[in-house]
Design a protein around this ligand. Structure first.
Ligand code: ARG
Length: 462
């Protein structure tokens, strides 16, 4: 170990225990923040020079030096050192090696505590924007499919039992809406992420005449954080991100579950493209829906990261504590997996082949128009409860005979209520049932098309 590597070694007489050095180092994972670390440092140095705290010459040396280090890291030439603990000290030490004493002035009026909080916020800001683009791409794929399938009839379920006929396009638009709220949640989280900790220094602020508004402006932050203790310590923005991520994954897991069910031989509603499935090493007939299964599985680990971050923050006294070094890996893993899940879903959706006949046959099997018959009787003056009872009995007869409601004769139907007229068969058709639900949010294909049109307009707004 080389203790000249330690930028804080002044008050220490003994070298760090070798294992402790490795145990406390974060460079293996936080080096990923280097671009943001350099961006933050350049803004900080620029502000220091404008305030007369650094000379123009020093500023230029620092900024050029940092840019050169960034290029070395980009090209893979840079040598990271565990003895230098984290991304911040690796870059700062390399800067001093490169430009000499001016490098030692970069940390004036700053601490790693406000520095790391700034880096993470800058990084997360970019990630959130990318994730929202990924959600938007998936939403567009859903809109295109919903448009193609607005007239496709499938069983709508409650309790996973056939309930009423719906349009497949309507079902897909339900997914769209879930994702729309997810996008909104991330945008909201971005507002609280985009606040600048720099200037809080270690915890109390700094005695230098800094201009935090200027640094914030340089970095595109909304404003400087209002309280230095809070700025360096809280990771609630990260927790919010993990919460929004968990809810998004919960939604993706629900979509996954349905795709898995629908692609089974028993449902046979859709076929997933071979490109998104794998086979079995023993059962030659198998085509497994791995992609949705894996997305469903990854939901668990994202929930885990949310719990991890909440627990990490729990009961931490003000201000910064080293505990917070543990925020990075769960955050990185969350963002990476989210981007991956969104990409694979957006690629998979356009390649789905719906089996319209199978969906129609399944809808016909489940007495899906029973409610329509009850509504019909109620419109003809029978109180709804009595209509419900009468149709229930008609369904029981169908079960016994092994037929559908529309296959009962007029006489048989009239046996349950004399209000049945010969126009009854119109309401028993699947198309009639769908078309009747013709209001905002309903499943009538005309409404589904309107919803799609409005949705396109909504996503084009941002
Ligand atoms: N690597 C540290 C982290 O991730 C940087 C801040 C360290 N600050 C300190 N006072 N030890 O949180």
């Amino acid at each position: 170990m080389n203790d000249t590597d330690k930028l804080w070694a002044g008050r220490f007489n003994e070298p760090t225990d070798a294992f402790v050095e490795a145990f406390t180092a974060s460079v293996a994972f936080d080096k990923r923040l280097y671009r943001y670390d350099i961006q933050g440092s350049i803004a900080h140095a620029t502000m220091l020079a404008r305030q007369g705290i650094l000379s123009e010459e020093e500023r230029r040396a620092i900024c050029d030096g940092l840019t050169a280090i960034g290029e070395r890291i980009d090209s893979g030439e840079f040598r990271w050192s565990i003895a230098r603990e984290d991304v911040h000290m690796n870059i700062e030490a390399a800067l001093t090696e490169t430009i000499g004493d001016a490098g030692k002035k970069l940390h004036t009026g700053r601490s790693r505590n406000d520095q790391v909080a700034t880096d993470v916020r800058l990084w997360l800001r970019d990630e959130i924007k990318q994730i929202n683009r990924g959600i938007g791409r998936l939403q567009k794929a859903l809109l295109d499919m919903a448009e193609r399938e607005a007239d496709t009839i499938m069983p709508g379920f409650t309790h996973l039992q056939t309930a009423q006929p719906i349009s497949l396009g309507h079902h897909l638009m339900a997914w769209f809406e879930m994702l729309e709220r997810d996008r909104d949640r991330f945008s909201d989280c971005l507002k609280r992420t985009n606040i600048m900790p720099l200037g809080a220094a270690a915890l109390a602020g700094t005695s230098y005449p800094i201009d935090r508004h200027y640094t914030a402006e340089l970095l595109g932050f909304e404003r400087p954080a209002a309280n230095s203790l809070d700025a360096v310590s809280d990771r609630d923005f990260a927790i919010e991100f993990a919460a929004a991520a968990s809810i998004l994954m919960m939604h993706l897991s629900r979509m996954s579950e349905e795709l898995i069910l629908w692609s089974s031989a028993q449902f046979g509603f859709i076929e997933l493209s071979d490109a998104f499935c794998t086979g079995s090493s023993i059962m030659p007939q198998k085509k497994n829906p791995d992609v949705p299964e894996l997305v469903r599985g990854k939901t668990g680990r994202i929930y885990g990261h949310l719990m991890g971050l909440l627990t990490l923050m729990k009961s931490q006294p003000l201000a910064y504590n080293k505990d917070n070094q543990e925020d990075k890996e769960p955050l990185f893993d969350t963002a990476d997996n989210l981007r991956g899940c969104l990409k694979v879903f957006a690629d998979m959706i356009p390649a789905i082949r719906p089996n319209r006949d199978a969906m129609r046959a399944a809808t016909l099997k489940g007495y899906a128009t029973a409610t329509d018959l009850a509504d019909y009787l109620a419109r003809r003056g029978l109180p709804f409860r009595d209509a419900h009872e009468a149709v229930g009995k008609a369904v029981a007869l169908c079960v016994e005979k092994g037929c559908d409601l529309a296959q009962l004769s007029l006489e048989e139907l009239r046996g349950f209520s004399d209000r049945v007229g010969d126009d009854v068969y119109e309401v028993l058709t699947l198309e009639g049932s769908l078309a009747a639900r013709d209001h905002i949010g309903g499943t009538a294909p005309a409404q589904v098309r309107k919803a799609i049109e409005q949705a396109r307009w909504r996503i084009d707004q941002n």
